[in-house]
Design a protein around this ligand. Structure first.
Ligand SMILES: Cc1cc2nc3c(=O)[nH]c(=O)nc-3n(C[C@H](O)[C@H](O)[C@H](O)COP(=O)(O)OP(=O)(O)OC[C@H]3O[C@@H](n4cnc5c(N)ncnc54)[C@H](O)[C@@H]3O)c2cc1C
Length: 270
């Protein structure tokens, strides 16, 4: 049985731009990292490998330099790492991204039985939290989002019980395998690569699958297959708000002014 973690390579900065001509992210000169939530998705897959002996596979869709993110997963001990990379995958929105990832997961499931697909709660660049549920709906998997604890995993009876971290409360959910799980940071503390594994990872083969392997209709992937185009990214102007006093030189006066303002706006019940 196998567990698959979907890992996205993201810019290690908020200063990202969209190329107005190609409508894709400007990547030159930008440092990249593994999406922070995905480090927890990867860690959870490695823990199940350690505890249940399942195979841990890491999957990423991205340009050739996304291999670096998968090599980090190799240094942590995954059994297999596959980069889905092809020009025709470029510029994908969440719909097109989940199309490519689902096709690869389907292909892997023909080779070994699938138990769990792990995704991060969301990425720090697109930030939509849509890809995990997109994969689940394309593959007909039960989706368990915002998971902060796996309470029970029964591979024989093919069922799982998890705890979901919701706003101000928790929810315990049980579902038959296979499932898609999106994880929150609280689920675990990612391990550090050991020196032997890190050295070994330098020679490990990261497989690269392009569209000649996945055989997808090019109209359904990449920019062509994306109904959503990101035309521009910008930081909204910050509303400076009204300056009502200099709290440092005259704290009491400023406090009085603030009180008057609040009272005049009936924002304080007296
Ligand atoms: C600033 C910005 C805004 C964007 N806004 C939108 C938008 O509104 N709608 C839209 O459809 N697209 C949008 N995109 C494009 C979108 O980022 C890409 O489609 C991306 O591949 C997936 O969406 P996401 O980053 O929101 O991922 P999310 O849905 O937030 O990712 C959730 C999880 O899915 C997995 N995952 C996501 N992408 C990959 C990958 N390439 N490889 C492996 N695993 C992956 C990871 O486990 C990740 O934690 C935006 C991109 C940027 C940079």
């Amino acid at each position: 049985m196998q567990v698959i973690s979907c890992l996205k390579q993201v810019p290690d900065t908020t200063q990202v731009q969209i190329d107005p001509v190609t409508n894709t992210l400007v990547r030159d000169g930008i440092p990249f990292i593994m999406n922070p939530y995905d480090t927890h998705a990867l860690e959870e897959s490695l823990r199940l490998r350690d505890d249940y002996g399942v195979r841990a596979v890491a999957l990423s869709m991205g340009p050739p330099n996304a291999e670096a993110t998968l090599r980090k997963a190799c240094a942590l001990g995954v059994d297999d790492a596959i980069l889905l990379s092809d020009r025709c995958f470029g510029g994908a929105d969440t719909l097109a991204t989940s199309m490519v990832l689902s096709a690869a997961i389907k292909r892997l499931s023909m080779l070994d039985e699938l138990a769990i697909v792990f995704c991060g709660k969301q990425t720090i660049d697109g930030d939509t939290a849509q890809v995990g549920p997109g994969i689940a709906s394309r593959l007909g998997l039960h989706q368990l989002t915002l998971v902060d604890r796996i309470e029970l995993l029964d591979l024989e009876r093919k069922k799982i019980r998890v705890r979901r971290k919701l706003e101000g409360r928790y929810e315990i959910v049980e579902a038959p395998l296979p499932v898609m799980i999106t994880v929150v940071r609280e689920i675990n503390q990612p391990r550090y690569p050991t020196v032997p594994l890190r050295l070994a990872a330098e020679d490990v083969e990261v497989k690269v699958w392009d569209n000649s392997v996945l055989q997808l209709d090019v109209e359904t992937i990449g920019l062509k297959g994306s109904p959503t185009w990101v035309s521009k990214i910008f930081s909204p102007e910050r509303d400076q708000g009204e300056i009502i006093g200099d709290g440092l030189s005259d704290p009491e006066g400023t406090a009085q002014l603030l009180l008057d303002k609040l009272l005049s706006k009936d924002l304080l019940a007296v």
